[in-house]
Structures are given as structure tokens and as C-alpha cells.
Ligand binder design. Structure first.
Ligand SMILES: [Zn+2]
Length: 505
């Protein structure tokens, strides 16, 4: 997630970002990699279309959860230490096939979720999260009706399950989704999950949780899974989701788009939006086409996003090849920005669409998406490195030293740590505050000074690909860092766990 824009000391940093973004946009206005329009997407203004969306007839073959192609999605689900009420280790989801129909006029979502999963233990039930406003009408396990209870957001399916066995759970549901209160004091969001605009368009950001507001899910980051998402909306609106659009069809005044994500992901990195959108694209030096989905009535918003191609070049020079096979940006009616896997979701604000934030969210594709914390305790693993890379980029763009940017971070970091707790032991009610960003970023810079540039950048590059598309945690990461750098564990633990800021060199 992008760092929150604050008043006071860090507000000054945000101002620098804004001023700089203007300069960069001016500088690259005649960039040869300029945006090309694509004719395939809807191109009307955002008036609420008439029409009632219903799900297309099911044509998929029954899935085979034992297919070895699902094996990279095998996880060791855990109960979250910070938010234990969300997610449940009784389910290891492997693949979510979500068929969604959204009727903007009545604010109705109709869904069929076909979930391939592994049972991590012998038991008599499977538990998923599903928002209370949504009503499940039918639940089957391997094609047989099974009893279920839906209490609050807990969907508990009763069935004998065996350790290591794989099953197909299908849930039919409908209702008007409501976002859930977010455990945060940030100024740029207070709820998470499925969000409906006054015109009936929808979008979602859902860190640390909130995917359950629109589909049945094990909504905890340790349980990565593959996704195929189809969205049906009244034409000319379209639905956009993670990965690549593999099909777009129109029938009876409805448009259905189908999206395939070819890498396993955690539920907080899933995105879906509906509305009138126009797609443009450009290409990075490494040949990756980057798509930009912007509201059709504000096409100029795409101009500011084209810097992503250069930003990706900058990141690939430091982190190695981009870890996934597609990349896009999706602009929505939010004040924040999220590193949703392969399809980054940004609020249409000056800050959220600034080059610095584009770099930040793309850095997360390595740090957060390719390697993901298995517990919200360790969100610093994502934000510390994304903020450090953003700071290095900022220094270069400003013609300043990285030391100068770190001095700026250090001017406000102690107050954030004092207010919200150490980066790896934060107050659960203040998720995503500056303490998880700036302290770990300072730690990385101190490590760089200790071990030198070459060793430092090798560590930065090697970690995400060490065991790609999986999860990790503080204990594993620190073991690896100590082994690789020969820097004492107490150095890292001081930066991550001390209530006061360690001395800088
Ligand atoms: Zn972030």
C-alpha cells in the first residue's frame, strides 16, 4: 500500500513527490513509448446503465483439484497473530473460480465461487469468511449438497474431511456487499472490501482483510491460491480483475470479461472493479506491455501513468526481471493505492498516481506479492523495502543523496514508532501507519552502509526469488539475512522490535 500522506514533517515529503511528478511528466511528454489506445474496451461516460446482470450459463468442465498444476498454490495456512478472527487454518485454498454478476441499478451482486482446496487436517468442517450481507443459497462439496451455517462473516460447512485430501467447494450467493471497518487510523481509508460509488460502479481494496465482503475466502495472507474471475455487468460497462483478460463477450446487453491470474496470490492482493473503462498501454524496455484502465470520462488520467514503463526499468535494474507475466494499473474512486498482484489499484488522486507511488506499488510486486508475509505481524517485510526503494528512486529523481532522503525519514520516524508501536509489533488498531514503512526503510539503509552497495543490492535482489510465489515470515527472513550478511540478529531486531529508534551510523 502507498504510504499515507500526512501533514507535518512527512507532508513535506509528499509535497516533494508532487512537485517532482509534475517535472517528470513534463519531461516525458514526448516519450516514444507513449500510450496507444485499444479499441476493445467500453468507452462511454459513467452513467449507470440499465439492465440486470445475471450469470452466464456454466460451461466450465468440473475442476480437478488433484491436478499437479495446482501444487504451487499449496500453503501452510496459519491463524493470524494480529487479526485472528479473519481467516481459518482449516482450509488451504488452491484455486478460486469466481463468476460474478453485478447489477448497478439495484446494487446486487450474484456470485458462484468454485473453490478447489486441500484440507490440512482431519476434521468435520471447513470454515471460510463471507460477509454477513451476502446470503449463500446453495453449498456443495464435490458436487453433493452439504449443510452450512453462516453466522456473522463465518461460513462453516459441515462435512468429514481428511488430512491432505483435496475437494471442490461450490458456493452460490447473492446480496449487496458492504465494506468492513478497517483496523486503521489512516486518513486515506477507513473501510475495506467491496465499495460502491454513487453511480453504482464498484472497486475494492482489502488490506489487511476485506476480500470476504464479496466472495467466500480464507482471508489471511498465508493461503495463496490461483484465481480465475469472470465479471458480468450491463454494457457498456466492463469488469476488470487481476491477471490477463482472456475473454470478453457481449450478449443481451451484458458484457462478460474473464480474467486469469497465472501466479498464486493472497486474498488481500485480489482486485475487481466495474464501470465504464478505457484501456491504453505502453511497453517497458524489457518488453512487458503495461495496461492502463482509466475511467472512460477521464482518459487524460492515463497520461500520468505512462511513467510506469520507465519506473519498471528502474526497478528491474535493481531487482532483476519482473516476476509475473502481466502488469496493469486500474484507477478507481479511492484515496489510496494497493499493490494488487499484476493489476495495481490506484485512487485517482495526484499522490496515488505520482511516479513515486507507481514505483512503490511496482516494487511490491517483488516485495509483498512474489514473497508474501504469512502473518500481518510482518507487513514491514513489504512496506520497509517498498519505501526504501521509493526513497532511492526519489533521491535520484531529485538529484539528492539517499542519505538526505533517509535524514528526512528519520526526522519523523521516532514519533511514528512512539505512537503506533515498533514496526513488527504494532498496535493492531493502527494498521498501515508510517511506523511499518519508515523504520524498516531506515534499517535497510543502515544495513547497506554496513555491508556495502554490492552485497546489499545482491541481498535485495536475491530474497524475493529465493522461493518465489510463496510466503515467509520474520524468523525465516532474519535467519537468511544473518546467514547472508553476517550482521548480528540484534541489529535487525532492534530496528523491528524496539520501542525506540536505534542509533543511526
Ligand atoms: Zn506499500
Amino acid at each position: 500500500m502507498s504510504a499515507v500522506v500526512r501533514r507535518g514533517a512527512s507532508g513535506a515529503a509528499a509535497l516533494v513527490v508532487l512537485v517532482l511528478s509534475t517535472a517528470l511528466l513534463a519531461a516525458c511528454s514526448d516519450d516514444p513509448g507513449a500510450v496507444r489506445s485499444q479499441p476493445s474496451a467500453a468507452s462511454s461516460v459513467s452513467e449507470t446503465p440499465d439492465g440486470s446482470a445475471s450469470l452466464p450459463a456454466e460451461t466450465d468442465d468440473p475442476p480437478d483439484p488433484d491436478d499437479p498444476e495446482r501444487d504451487p498454490a499449496l500453503s501452510e495456512p496459519v491463524e493470524d497473530s494480529v487479526y485472528p478472527d479473519v481467516g481459518d487454518p482449516s482450509v488451504d485454498a488452491l484455486h478460486y473460480d469466481l463468476d460474478l454478476a453485478w447489477t448497478p441499478g439495484t446494487r446486487t451482486l450474484e456470485g458462484v465461487a468454485t473453490i478447489e482446496l486441500r484440507s490440512p487436517a482431519d476434521g468435520d468442517h471447513l470454515q471460510l469468511d463471507l460477509g454477513e450481507p451476502l446470503t449463500p443459497s446453495e453449498v456443495t462439496l464435490d458436487g453433493e449438497d452439504v449443510p452450512f451455517e453462516h453466522t456473522g462473516k463465518d461460513l462453516v460447512v459441515s462435512a468429514p474431511v481428511e488430512e491432505g485430501e483435496r475437494y471442490v467447494l461450490e458456493v452460490h450467493y447473492s446480496g449487496t456487499p458492504q465494506p468492513t471497518p478497517a483496523p486503521t487510523t489512516r486518513s486515506d481509508f477507513s473501510t475495506s472490501g467491496w465499495t460502491i460509488t454513487p453511480e453504482g460502479e464498484t472497486w475494492t481494496m482489502q488490506e489487511p482483510y476485506g476480500a470476504f465482503t464479496w466472495y467466500p475466502v480464507n482471508d489471511q495472507p498465508s493461503d495463496k491460491a490461483y484465481y480465475d474471475i469472470s465479471v458480468t455487468v450491463p454494457s457498456p460497462w466492463v469488469g476488470i480483475a487481476n491477471g490477463e483478460m482472456v475473454d470478453q463477450s457481449e450478449a443481451d446487453g451484458l458484457t462478460t470479461t474473464s480474467w486469469h491470474l497465472s501466479s498464486p496470490t493472497s486474498s488481500y492482493l485480489v482486485t475487481v472493479a466495474t464501470g465504464a473503462y478505457t484501456r491504453t498501454s505502453n511497453t517497458s524496455s524489457s518488453g512487458l506491455e503495461i495496461s492502463y484502465w482509466v475511467p472512460s470520462d477521464r482518459p487524460a488520467l492515463a497520461d500520468g501513468l505512462t511513467y510506469a514503463a520507465q519506473g519498471l526499468d528502474w526497478l528491474e535494474a535493481r531487482l532483476g526481471p519482473y516476476p509475473f507475466d502481466s502488469l496493469g494499473f486500474l484507477l478507481v474512486d479511492s484515496q489510496s493505492g494497493m499493490e494488487t498482484q499484476t493489476m495495481i489499484t490506484l485512487g485517482a488522486t495526484d499522490y496515488s498516481t505520482s511516479p513515486a507511488v507507481l514505483v512503490h506499488e511496482m516494487a511490491h510486486q517483488w516485495y509483498g506479492d512474489e514473497v508474501t508475509p504469512d502473518d500481518w505481524r510482518d507487513v514491514w517485510m513489504n512496506e520497509g523495502m517498498a519505501m526504501y526503494l521509493q526513497g532511492c528512486w526519489q533521491a535520484e529523481a531529485d538529484g539528492r543523496s539517499v542519505d538526505a532522503v533517509m535524514d528526512e525519514y528519520a526526522s519523523f520516524e521516532p514519533a511514528m514508532r512512539a505512537e503506533n508501536g515498533p514496526p513488527a509489533d504494532y498496535d493492531p488498531a493502527t494498521f498501515g501507519e508510517g511506523n511499518i514503512y519508515y523504520g524498516p526503510a531506515l534499517m535497510w539503509h543502515e544495513l547497506r552502509k554496513r555491508i556495502g552497495d554490492d552485497a546489499f543490492w545482491k541481498v535485495v535482489k536475491d530474497w524475493p526469488g529465493r522461493d518465489p510465489e510463496t510466503n515467509s515470515n520474520r524468523d525465516e527472513y532474519l535467519d537468511w539475512l544473518v546467514d547472508r550478511t553476517h550482521v548480528d540478529r540484534s541489529f535487525f531486531e532492534g530496528w523491528l522490535l524496539s520501542p525506540t529508534t536505534p542509533a543511526r551510523s
